[in-house]
Structure formats: C-alpha cells, structure tokens
Design a protein around this ligand. Structure first.
Ligand code: WTA
Length: 561
C-alpha cells in the first residue's frame, strides 16, 4: 500500500461541520447525537415531520427547499410549500383508507411530486416503497407483491408499466395528475402527523443479492439520527448550500442522501429530471450555483471522457463533492483534483446499512483508492472465514460492529436472509472484501459473492437469469459482471440455446430486448454469448458464475497490458 500513500490529497482549508475527526471519534456516541432534532426535545417522532415540517415550525417556511430542473422547466418550492403539498397528499392517502404500517408504493419520475409522495406516506405512519422510474412490469410486480402493497402513487405514463391484474394486494392507484388537480386549502393546517416509535417502519428499498429475487430492506424511523448526522458531517451541509444528489429516490442513495439527509439539515436541494448529459449536468451546476454534489463513479467517468468540456462552464460554486456506489478509481480522483480543482470524497455504505459507514471527510487527507475511514460511532472489522478479526493489511470480509441507527430493521418476510448478515456474533457482514491500513483507511477489494455492480446499481444475476430462461430459445443462463472502463461492470449473459434455435444476431437482440422490456433496462445484458454448455460444480451441478467471471477479468486484463 506504500505506493498509494505517496499520492495523498490534503484537505482544502475551510470551515467544516466536523472539525476534528480523531477527537470526535474517540468520544462520540449515537445517544448524544442529533440534539437539534425535534424528537429529542418533544419525545415525538416522525421522520417526515423532522425532514420538512420542523423547519416551517422553526421559522424557515420561506426558505427554498427545492429547485426542480428538467430541460426548460424550472420550478422552486419553499419548505412551507413542500409541507402543504405533503399534507395534501397525506390527506388523500388517509381518505383512501391508508393506515399505519401499510405499504404504499411510489412509481414516479424524478419530480418534486415523487419526493412529496414519499414524505406524505411517511407522515401518516405508512411505509414508503419508492420504485426506480426505469423499472418494467415484472420488476414493479415482484416488489409490490413481495410486501403486499395496497396503494400505488404513479402517473398517467408510468401506470402503463403496472400489471394491475398480477398484483392482487393492490387496492388503489392514485395519479399525481389527479391529486394535483384536486383543490386543497392550505390554510386548513390540519395535524396529519402520525407519531411513531423508533422501530416503526419508514421506507422499504428492494435490492439485489447473488441469489433469489430482490429483497425488501425495511428501515425504521430511528434512522433519521444517522441520516441527520451523516448529512451534517459527511455531506457537510450548511443552510446556505445548494445540494444536488444525482440518484433517483427509488435507490437508497436517492432517498437517504437525496431527500432525508439534506432536508434534515435544511439545505436547498436540486431535483434534476431527464437522463445523463454531460452538457446539461455542467450547465445545471453553473445555473443553480450548486455547492455540494453527490454522484457516482460512472457519472464522473462519463464526464472525464468528455475531455475539456468542463472548461466551457463555471463550476466555481462547488465546494464539496462526494461519490458512492462502486469503486472510485484513483484516476478519477486525480482528474477532478488536477483539472476541476476539487477533491472527490468517496463514501461506502449499502442499502442494508441505511447510511454512511466508511467515509472521506472534508478535513481529512484522501488516499485515492481508499473508501475512507469509519464514521464516528462505527467500528470496522476485517474478518477471516471463521469470523476472527484479521490484522491491518490483510484482505478479508468487510464487517461492521452492529447495531447502529440506520441499520435495516428486517428483510421483508425473510428472517433467514436477515440472519445471514449476522452469522458472527456482534458483526454485520457486508459481503464485500476489503483491507484496512494502519491509519484505518479501508480499500475495497471486490464482492465476496456474485452480485453485479453496473454503473453503481446492484444487479442480482439470479433475477436476470430467471428472466432469460423465460425466453423460449434459452435453455440455461449464467449472468456475470464483465469489467468495463466506464460502468465498472456490465451485465454479460452466457446462454445455451434450444436445438431449434440457431444462433443469429437477430435472436440475441430479441433476447436482450425481452429482458429489457420485462425486467428493466439497467439489468438487461449488454452482451450475450452463446455457449455449448455452462461450467457447473461436479457434485451439485450448480452453475459456476465465478469461473465465467474470472475468464472475463483475465480477458480484460490482457487488453490493458
Ligand atoms: C458497492 C449503495 C466500492 C459495494 C449505497 C456495496 C462500493 C454495494 C462503494 C452496495 C464504494 C458501495 N466503493 N464499492 N464507495 N459504495 N459499493 O446497496 O459492493 O446499492 O456492497 O448501496 O455497492 O450497493 P447498494
């Protein structure tokens, strides 16, 4: 690791919310955190109240809560306006019989209404199930069915991808167009907040592993403490910040660090609609004078591939930049530092962990290639196969001392799966492999299972394989992550074809579109290779994805020497 240490990037002097990492880490406990939050004073808890309504009650109603930008459209809403709209949505949910603990799904593009719907569900004590806007029928169906969602908030466009007949629990579909058209008297000032217990369900995010269908990771209201504190220290949010998180709230980064954490810290957030475009993204930073920007390595790599484009924009408003979701290459950090003039602060966490666990703080040196050090209150362990802690410098399973406030409450309906994260007494096992140096910096080494990470999105091979073999031509399928310079990994499928199906370009394209149309674009294989047979274990006949993946890694290494 000594060669990495020579490239350390020192902090940029400034005033930061967490001034002294070492001292804070030594004395910090979760109990004394977030004294600013209302529920510490009143004993009454509701995450939606803390996130928005509290600011109105504390006199910040006129502050701009959000900018929404989509091509030529630009809207702003104040905290008071967000609160009123949330009340309006909450009232309609109540009128439709939604009660505490019900699962209400939200299937909307990245618009203010998506954020407001999530908060409205939470406000009345129900559990919000946000869905990524690119999901297709099967992805939508599987998730709502898994936890028996009863209500769905969507719009006239996305409803076309909701197979209502196949979702028996779904009683009501609400359309944002109709909700917006329904009059609401904001002077009514009803008290719609359902006060809850710390352990009551808040939000459910479906996420993929190496086996089975996506799992419903349920978080509890107590997570606001983690969201607030990491927003304050890691995102380093100040009230005057214009904060932009590029993730959709259907993913955990988009909800925790796109909605909860910045608003708990009273930032003005940016919601950008539409797809990635280097020009539009740079333009948005210039136009809105974005100060704090949270994105993913794939996006940074795409910007980097545009060469000098950044020179045409004024990015001087930026003071803090963060990354998450996949390994952040040292090359990208160095590009941002040398060309754009800012450090990119990597952060590591997972859907299941509910908040940041390993972070680069603005006051600390960055070692490119490292995800950073444990957040105060978090203890990292690198474990061997028996669950014993390994010394610094050894590669092992990345584990975290459990619990902490953001940690998931359960995997919906699957206790065995939940327990599998805690097989060693006192530890949460992440499924990642890592190594920690003497100074506590953690370096990601890969996954310990077959999960695929493409453009920062988790893709379970099983889900894609299951969809592939539904196509009449496909007999067997194995899906792996193939190394890719921009996306980190891309989804590659190996398939065997039935006798009556000769391999043609058209057939492979048809199979690809079949997955794309039914599951989702992000999970559809970008490459399909037809093989005579798939490698399998001798005894149980299980498909050896690892062998296929290793061959892909070796091929890509050859290309790069
Ligand atoms: C990977 C996203 C390297 C990791 C918040 C983890 C990372 C999985 C990083 C969780 C990082 C996340 N460097 N790999 N900074 N952050 N990962 O649930 O494999 O979508 O287990 O949560 O992404 O992905 P998830």
């Amino acid at each position: 690791m000594s060669d990495l240490e020579t490239k350390i990037i020192s902090p940029v002097p400034g005033s930061y919310n967490l001034a002294n990492y070492q001292e804070t880490k030594a004395s910090f406990t979760w109990e004394d955190t977030a004294q600013e939050l209302s529920f510490h004073k009143t004993g009454k808890l509701n995450a939606a109240y803390e996130t928005v309504d509290r600011h109105v009650d504390e006199g910040y109603g006129d502050k701009i809560a959000l900018h929404y930008v989509n091509d030529d459209e630009h809207r702003t809403l104040t905290f008071k306006e967000v609160k009123d709209k949330t009340d309006h949505y909450a009232r309609i949910l109540l009128n439709n019989g939604v009660t505490k603990g019900d699962r209400v799904f939200i299937f909307l593009p990245k618009t203010p209404e998506c954020y407001i719907s999530i908060l409205a569900v939470i406000k009345i004590g129900a559990i919000a199930g946000p869905l990524f806007e690119a999901f297709m029928e099967d992805a939508v169906k599987d998730r709502i069915n898994d936890c028996q969602g009863t209500v769905l908030i969507t719009d006239n466009e996305l409803v076309k991808r909701v197979p209502k007949k196949d979702i028996p629990s779904l009683e009501t579909i609400l359309f944002t167009e109709e909700i917006e058209a329904t009059p609401y008297d904001s002077s009514r000032q009803e008290d719609l907040v359902e006060w809850v217990d710390e352990d009551d369900g808040l939000i459910i995010h479906y996420t993929s592993g190496s086996t089975g269908k996506p799992k419903g990771v349920l978080h509890a209201h107590r997570a606001v403490t983690h969201h607030y504190q990491s927003g304050k220290w890691v995102l380093d949010i100040k009230e005057e910040d214009v904060y932009w998180c590029t993730s959709h709230p259907g993913w955990v980064t988009g909800s925790v660090y796109g909605l909860f954490a910045p608003w708990l810290n009273r930032a003005t957030i940016v919601i950008q609609g539409g797809r990635f475009s280097a020009e539009k993204w740079y333009q948005l930073i210039e136009d809105l004078k974005v100060t704090t920007w949270y994105s993913a390595p794939t996006a940074f790599r795409m910007l980097m591939s545009q060469g000098d484009l950044y020179k045409s924009y004024d990015l001087s408003s930026i003071r803090h930049v963060l990354s998450v979701g996949e390994p952040l290459n040292p090359e990208v950090i160095n590009w941002a530092w040398n060309k754009l003039g800012f450090r990119i602060h990597d952060t590591w966490w997972m859907t299941e962990t509910g908040g940041h666990l390993i972070v680069n703080l603005p006051t600390e040196p960055i070692k490119p290639g490292s995800m950073g050090r444990p957040f105060p209150g978090i203890e990292v362990g690198i474990l061997d196969a028996e669950g014993n802690e390994l010394p610094h410098g050894s590669v092992g399973q990345l584990a975290i001392r459990a619990p902490w406030p953001g940690l998931m409450k359960e995997i919906w309906g699957n206790k065995d799966k939940f327990d599998s994260y805690f097989q060693y007494e006192g530890w949460y096992i992440s499924g990642d492999l890592a190594v920690q140096d003497q100074e506590g910096y953690v370096f990601f080494q890969g996954r310990d299972d077959d999960m695929i990470n493409s453009a920062g999105e988790r893709i379970g091979p099983f889900e894609v394989e299951s969809k592939l073999i539904e196509h009449p031509a496909v007999v067997e399928a194995a899906v792996v992550g193939k190394p890719d310079p921009i996306r980190g990994e891309l989804v590659k499928a190996f398939i065997t074809l039935g006798n009556n199906y000769p391999e043609t370009k058209e057939l492979l394209e048809e199979i690809r579109i079949f997955v794309r149309k039914n599951l989702s674009a992000h999970a559809a294989p970008r490459e399909i290779e037809v093989v005579k047979e798939l490698p399998k274990t001798k005894i149980s006949g299980k498909i050896l994805r690892r062998k296929l993946k290793q061959a892909e890694i070796e091929k890509s290494e050859k290309l790069h020497v």
